[in-house]
Design a protein around this ligand. Structure first.
Ligand SMILES: [Ca+2]
Ligand SMILES: [Ca+2]
Ligand SMILES: [Ca+2]
Length: 466
């Protein structure tokens, strides 16, 4: 069994060098650059981060909250924050209040610095505003094609086209809906995926390929609230008319998907979790995260190119989001239950399915991070929005963190330098069980310190060094 067990060595302690944690979880602690508590506004009883988005110029972080107002009034305002990514200072926190506004599930910032906010009450409305939220550019309201709708996510492409995912209630049950709006807010296409038998379908993750096809992941929920019946699903929509061009359901029953990205060659990557079978053959509370790279052949068959399953990181892991780091590597944000607490975690992969590193964000009880991260490729920083568990019960706290993972950091001092290289070379070509084996140097957690680990270290050399 593969394991990264972090053993604190006497040598390192004697040298006064901080070392990776000895938590036995296979996850190294990540370097936190700054951490900001986002204050809960008055009257708000539910306050979860749904998106942390860096503006295209890298000047600001815009944070979108899913909110609930316990005053029982007809309006539940939304809340948006603007932060300085240099130090995490909150520039402003603004209330969005429109007549009849209920629930604000998500938001987005496009390449031109326009902000998209959404709210719903039976149908839903999407607003495009300026970065300060002062000027409304357009408003799109959708109350037409379904008897009730519940908007869940929004993204844009480089041209400013807008893509929306929503629930869709209709006479023949509950389905899901994807639609595309032009940059000036006019409907280009919409596609409703209906489920029969009163099924429920939700969409969490959205991604676009290089030609504008839309991909979304979520789950079919044939039994509503019974999570064991969920079935993860990936759906692809044609750029031109929204027609379904891809449909994929992972083999495991009792599953749900939360992350999707597409690379420049059109390969689709998804992250889902599934409940393992218990001794009675029924799904158990043990949940395993799987990352898959998928391709579709000319006949439309979807094939798994590779798969990485979290076998050795606790008995419960669940994905939150996938996002690009460089053109050749991507992050998975997930949460993991360790010794009774839920922690957020981060893993870095290359496109061939190799694990480059995986970390625990040492914030016990702050595991929930749906859609909540963005990456600054220039600085290598990751901005994550975390929500304190348990969620949905009274006030919920949120905070934003800037992280700087260094995959080649053997000694855990937050950088990758000559000390790390020397430590790795000292135990080069050792494996688990060898007297000299040091799990700190086994960067990809495969049980041996070899060329793959050296390549990770050299590729990361200089990370975190001022
Ligand atoms: Ca180091
Ligand atoms: Ca160092
Ligand atoms: Ca290794």
């Amino acid at each position: 069994m593969r394991k990264c067990v972090w053993i604190v060595t006497a040598t390192l302690l004697a040298a006064g060098i901080p070392v990776a944690t000895a938590d036995g979880t296979g996850l190294r602690d990540i370097s936190v650059v700054w951490q900001t508590d986002v204050p809960i506004p008055p009257r708000v009883e539910r306050f979860e981060i749904r998106r942390v988005k860096l503006t295209a110029d890298g000047q600001y972080l815009i944070v979108f909250h899913y909110t609930g107002d316990h005053t029982g009034g007809t309006t539940n305002p939304g809340w948006v924050e603007k932060l300085d990514p240099a130090d995490g200072q909150i520039v402003w926190q603004k209330e969005l209040r429109e007549p009849g506004m209920k629930l604000t599930p998500n938001g987005w910032v496009d390449a031109g610095g326009n902000v998209y906010v959404m709210a719903q009450w039976g149908g839903y409305t999407l607003w495009k505003r300026d970065l300060e939220l002062e000027t409304e550019i357009w408003e799109y309201s959708d109350h037409s094609s379904c008897s009730f709708e519940y908007v869940t996510n929004v993204i844009t492409d480089d041209l400013g086209n807008v893509y929306v995912a929503a629930y869709c209630g209709s006479g023949s049950g509950v389905g899901s809906k994807a639609l595309k709006l032009s940059r000036d807010g006019h409907l280009v296409w919409e596609c409703i995926s209906r489920n029969t038998g009163g099924k429920d379908m939700y969409t969490e993750g959205l991604a676009l390929d290089s030609v504008g096809n839309l991909f979304r992941v979520g789950a079919d929920r044939p039994n509503g609230g019974n999570g064991f019946q969920d079935r993860a699903r990936l759906t692809g929509h044609s750029a031109t008319n929204g027609e379904e061009i891809l449909n994929y359901v992972p083999p495991e029953s009792s599953s749900r998907a939360h992350g999707v990205i597409v690379d420049s060659e059109g390969y689709v990557y998804i992250a889902y979790s599934h409940n393992r079978c218990g001794p009675d053959g029924q799904p158990s509370l043990e949940e395993r995260t799987v990352v898959q790279k998928l391709e579709q052949d000319k006949e439309g068959t979807v094939r798994v190119v590779w798969e990485y399953a979290f076998e050795d990181v606790g008995i419960f892991t669940s994905p939150d989001a996938l996002g690009w780091y460089t053109a050749g590597s991507f992050y998975l944000l997930f949460h993991v239950r360790l010794e009774g607490e839920v922690y957020p975690g981060l893993a870095l992969f290359d496109l061939a399915g190799n694990l480059i590193g995986r970390w625990r964000i040492n914030r016990p009880g702050w595991g929930f991070a749906r859609s909540g991260f963005d990456v600054d490729v220039t600085s290598g920083r990751i901005y994550v929005g975390l929500t304190q568990l348990p969620f949905g019960l009274g006030a919920v706290n949120t905070e934003v963190l800037a992280l700087r993972p260094c995959p080649g950091d053997v000694n855990g001092d937050g950088d990758c330098d000559l000390n790390d290289l020397a430590l790795l070379l000292a135990v080069y070509r050792t494996c688990e069980g060898d007297p000299d084996f040091d799990p700190h140097a086994d960067l990809n957690c495969d049980g041996c310190v070899d060329l793959a680990d050296l390549a990770i270290l050299l590729g990361d050399y200089g990370c975190g060094v001022p």
